[in-house]
Design a protein around this ligand. Structure first.
Ligand code: NAD
Ligand code: ZN
Length: 690
């Protein structure tokens, strides 16, 4: 406490009141810690946890008689999970004191404290430090005996961690064997983390499968490390950085005689451990401040999350002299940056239409400072993510912004809603163009079907139409399309053919010669073919090959436009999803108008006669699928069979033509055998498909 007469609000509280407050804070922090450390599923952002943690620290400081050893402020981490073998650490794994001030003064405060503890005179030389990144992952103790990795353990509660050796062995960066000069016993400490790109890819995959996503890379890494199945851990790409030591053969017994932390890190590197390139030595507070600022500016560009930097006294002799307080060393401090996750109320949910027609729900937020910028909206990805995370208007969202990735809502803080709020629904019509919104079976995303007309999709539509494999307008690239659309010269595709030399030549950075070339290219593009034109319309799932088949089958554009799902299904290569997509596309009046305008603008092709319909090889046959196939997923097999005209049913009956059985086939196989239905494997099915 300062010597001033003014008492802090904590100190003014009477002891009974303080005891109640303290108890409430401890209960809250314990619950959050359990979710965070034990379940790997944080329920609030770190910033919120830290805020309550500091409030508890302040109360305990003002009322030291209420401090108990079981307080969250006195403990490290969480209980180890019972299904891992416990590992008692030879040297405890502690926490690091956090300098809460994210400004430069944080480094100053640390240096002042160190100098005071060491009893240095004001004119004594600057203290030597090492400055490192504070990786946002989980701490790991790697134990090597006679050069071999024998055990990897989590921090756990600091004294007892969990044996996760099998999972850690899947991290390629961690050496399994050390060079000859490594000591007989060596424990290396460092952080296991997941790179942001790996994390984004993992979540993207989870999202596509409609499965639960991870809140942040730390959480994903912790979940992977504390995974019972090493095969799953191996699929989650993890990385490692070394930053310190646990037990080591003493110098008297032939171990290395390190003098400084920096020397220790260099040696770890020489033994094959990854050490961050950003580790630096620094003299005194001013160089620490400079380091904090430099890394702060680079933070967004780093391929992994850091939540701050760590300063350590470099001399190991001075470290020993400074020693430890209950849960942290006195010779190190973490100096943070603005948090990458914050809480804020959701004020509304808007829909954004992307350039390919995907509808993305976006949370409109009360402005919040996160990851170094003020954020007012954050993506919710898709309807299923909203449902899974349980986000409704009025809820308090946890918003994450890391790197230059767009901010996202990773969850909500579970709090009761004061009144009933309906579940969010996706609109049935595109908010930009009014066309029908669809979601295909097995897909998580909703899409606008007005591809040719929708203002959100116009750039994409023009580029797709003008590409070489479609209606080819030579010289019409990305930049020019941007210029034309943003300058208001083109609203829909047919406007392309209204562009004259004068309008083009008037554009910025457009030479007369280039303008002439574009006019000529546009003229030339008017003579095209039906397959190119059909492909150029950008109908979802209609690629070049399908466009060719459609043209061959129907001969004329109008026949394609008016075809029913059944008629489309007769086309080789067209299954139910493609057929539905074509029908929906031409059911949008605006898409049809655009096609008419293109024809009116003079786009022509030679039409042909419809081809004689070759019956599909498996028309009239019914298949039932069961078990896991060696090469195809069930969905793929179904699609292939349906494209070939077969029906795929869910249960076996006398009418079933074939049961395709894979590994671990279930009761359907028994039924087929009982009814005498033909049972084939995947290879035989592929043979039938031809
Ligand atoms: N959101 C929640 O509900 C919740 C709950 C509990 C804890 N937390 C968060 O956990 C953190 C507190 O945990 P803590 O006590 O482990 O402290 P800490 O994680 O802030 O600091 C200690 C850890 O830093 C790591 N570290 C990274 N880089 C390092 C480096 N270069 N040198 C040394 N160590 C390095 C080590 O793993 C070490 O264990 C806080 O950020 C807190 O917000 C959050
Ligand atoms: Zn639209």
């Amino acid at each position: 406490m300062s010597s001033s007469d003014q008492k802090s609000p904590e100190a003014q509280m009477n002891p009974a009141q303080a005891a109640i407050e303290i108890e409430a804070f401890r209960t809250q922090l314990d619950a959050w810690s359990h979710a965070y450390y034990v379940l790997d599923a944080p329920s609030v952002p770190d910033a919120e946890y830290d805020r309550v943690f500091r409030a508890l620290q302040a109360l305990e400081a003002a009322h030291p008689e209420l401090l108990t050893p079981d307080s969250p402020t006195q403990r490290v981490g969480g209980q180890p999970l019972p299904f891992f073998t416990p590992v008692r650490h030879a040297v405890p794994m502690l926490s690091i004191r956090t300098e809460t001030d994210t400004e430069a003064t944080g480094a100053q405060a640390f240096d002042t404290r160190v100098r005071k503890e060491l009893g240095l005179a004001p004119d004594a030389p600057a203290v030597g430090y090492v400055a490192e990144l504070k990786f946002d992952g989980l701490a790991m103790n790697l134990r090597y005996e006679r050069g071999l990795l024998v055990q990897a353990a989590t921090r756990g509660d600091g004294s007892v961690g969990e044996d996760v050796t099998q999972n850690i062995k899947t991290i390629r960066q961690i050496p399994l064997r050390l060079p000859k000069d490594a000591p007989a016993v060596l424990e290396v400490r460092g952080e296991v983390y997941m790179k942001r790109a790996a994390f984004d890819a993992l979540n993207e995959k989870q999202r596509e499968k409609g499965e639960k996503t991870f809140v942040n890379p730390r959480n994903a890494a912790a979940g992977a490390v504390r995974q019972l199945d090493p095969a799953i851990a191996a699929q989650r790409p993890l990385s490692f950085f070394a930053y310190g030591l646990g037990e080591i053969t003493p110098a008297e017994q032939g171990g290395p005689d390190f003098q400084s932390h920096f020397q220790l890190l260099l040696t770890l590197k020489s033994w094959g451990f990854p050490v961050a390139a950003q580790v630096e030595t620094a003299q005194g507070a001013s160089e620490l401040i400079a380091y904090h600022q430099k890394i702060g500016a680079e933070r967004d560009q780093l391929p992994y999350d850091i939540d701050g930097v760590v300063y350590k006294v470099d001399s190991l002799a001075l470290q020993r002299q400074l020693g430890f307080v209950s849960r942290e060393p006195r010779w190190a401090v973490a100096h943070k940056y603005p948090a990458q996750e914050q809480m804020t109320p959701v004020q509304g949910i808007d829909i954004q239409v992307g350039r390919t027609g995907k509808l993305t729900p976006v949370a409109r937020l009360a402005p919040v400072f996160v990851g170094g910028v003020t954020v007012t909206n954050a993506t919710l990805h898709n309807l299923f993510e909203i449902r899974r995370k349980g986000v409704r208007v009025g809820d308090t969202a946890i918003v994450r912004r890391a790197g230059d990735v767009i901010p996202e809502v990773v969850g909500v803080v579970p709090t009761p809603r004061p009144h009933y709020v309906p579940n969010f629904r996706m609109p049935r019509q595109c908010p930009v163009c009014g066309s029908a919104v669809v979601r295909e079976p097995g897909e998580v995303n909703h899409r606008c079907t007005g591809g040719l007309f929708c203002a959100a999709q116009r750039k994409e539509a023009i580029l797709h139409f003008a590409q070489r494999r479609a209606v080819e307008v030579e010289g019409l690239g990305d930049k020019l399309v941007d210029q034309l659309v943003e300058g208001g010269l083109i609203r829909t595709l047919p406007d392309l053919y209204k562009l004259g030399f004068t309008a083009l030549a008037a554009l910025d950075r457009m030479a007369d010669k280039s303008a002439q070339n574009i006019v000529a290219a546009l003229e030339k593009s008017k003579h095209t073919t039906l397959p190119r034109f059909l492909f150029g319309l950008g109908i979802r799932h209609v690629g070049e090959a399908t466009a060719k088949e459609l043209a061959r089958h129907f001969g004329k554009l109008d026949a394609v436009m008016d075809a029913s799902v059944e008629q489309l299904l007769e086309v080789a290569d067209v299954g139910p999803i493609v057929a539905q997509s074509i029908v929906t596309f031409f059911a949008q009046p605006h898409n049809r108008e655009v096609v008419e305008q293109l024809r009116a603008a003079g786009v022509t092709w030679e039409e042909g006669e419809p081809a004689a319909v070759a019956p599909k090889p498996l028309a009239g046959q019914t298949f039932v699928l069961t078990g896991t196939f060696p090469t195809l997923t069930r969905e793929e097999a179904k699609e292939r069979l349906e494209n070939a005209g077969a029906k795929v049913a869910g249960s076996v009956s006398k009418k079933t033509s074939y049961v395709v059985a894979g590994e671990e086939a279930g009761s359907k196989l028994d039924k087929a055998l009982a009814l005498g239905v033909a049972v084939i494997d995947e290879a035989a099915m592929l043979a039938l498909l031809g």
